[in-house]
Design a protein around this ligand. Structure first.
Ligand code: ADE
Length: 228
């Protein structure tokens, strides 16, 4: 799977892909990521990327020409399944959307800054708007990294333990049950007896019950939307 990311702060996207699971997935060539510096498409001597809003109002807007130039160049090299703009007014990201996007081949992500991007870019090129939550960040780079990470970790071959991604929280609209590792007792704090029993069926049942009660307690909203 391939990601292109357009950004005017490409440095923000260096570290997230250089560690752990992302690093391994890139090394194994299960995923490739190219970050494109929008500044190269900036206007004039100062490589301008943003300008004042028509109609007045505070905050700068990312201009249409640099973004259009960069998107057109990328589109001439590759066909994209989706062109995604990361924005607080987008569709809320959840596991179901991550799963759907993990089936695609080529995604183009656009990280916005300032007050947002000129609406004409959204109308002409963007096929999907995604928000990573109801709060505003300084730019779309961290949301883009969140999306790439969420997708990459569930691609076949990325995690060593094939069942691990499937048992993540949210995969079945349930939070994960509690987990423990050695020692079985620390300062008198004991691991639940059942997990030491060796009885796989009883353990699976316990985990299911724990997942359900945790979800009821902490995120009852997930149980109302079992199909989303
Ligand atoms: N850009 C700024 N805030 C964002 C958010 N919450 N989700 C996606 N993109 C963003």
């Amino acid at each position: 799977m391939h990601f292109d990311i357009i950004s005017c702060q490409p440095g923000l996207l260096e570290s997230p892909f250089e560690h752990s699971i992302m690093k391994r997935a890139i090394k194994k060539e299960l995923v490739s990521i190219d970050v494109h510096d929008l500044r190269a498409y900036g206007k004039g001597k100062h490589r301008q990327l943003d300008d004042y809003q028509y109609g007045g109002g505070s905050g700068m807007v990312m201009m249409v020409e640099p973004l259009s130039g960069c998107i057109e160049d990328l589109k001439s090299n590759r066909t994209y399944d989706e062109i995604i703009y990361l924005t607080p007014d987008g569709r809320p990201l959840n596991q179901s959307l991550v799963n759907q996007l993990s089936l695609k081949k080529n995604l183009l992500l656009i990280a916005g800054h300032y007050k947002g991007i000129d609406e004409r870019i959204r109308e002409q090129y963007i096929t999907m708007d995604i928000s990573i939550g109801d709060y505003v960040l300084s730019g779309g780079e961290l949301p883009a990294a969140v999306l790439v990470d969420g997708i990459t970790r569930i691609l076949p071959g990325v995690l060593n333990d094939a069942t691990s991604a499937l048992s993540d929280s949210f995969q079945d609209n349930l939070l994960s049950p509690p987990v423990y590792t050695r020692p079985a007792e620390f300062k008198g704090w004991k691991v639940p007896e059942i997990l030491l029993s060796g009885n796989d069926r009883a353990i699976a049942k316990w985990r299911q019950e724990q997942a359900l009660s945790r979800t009821q307690e902490r995120r009852p909203d997930l149980l109302d939307h079992m199909d989303s």
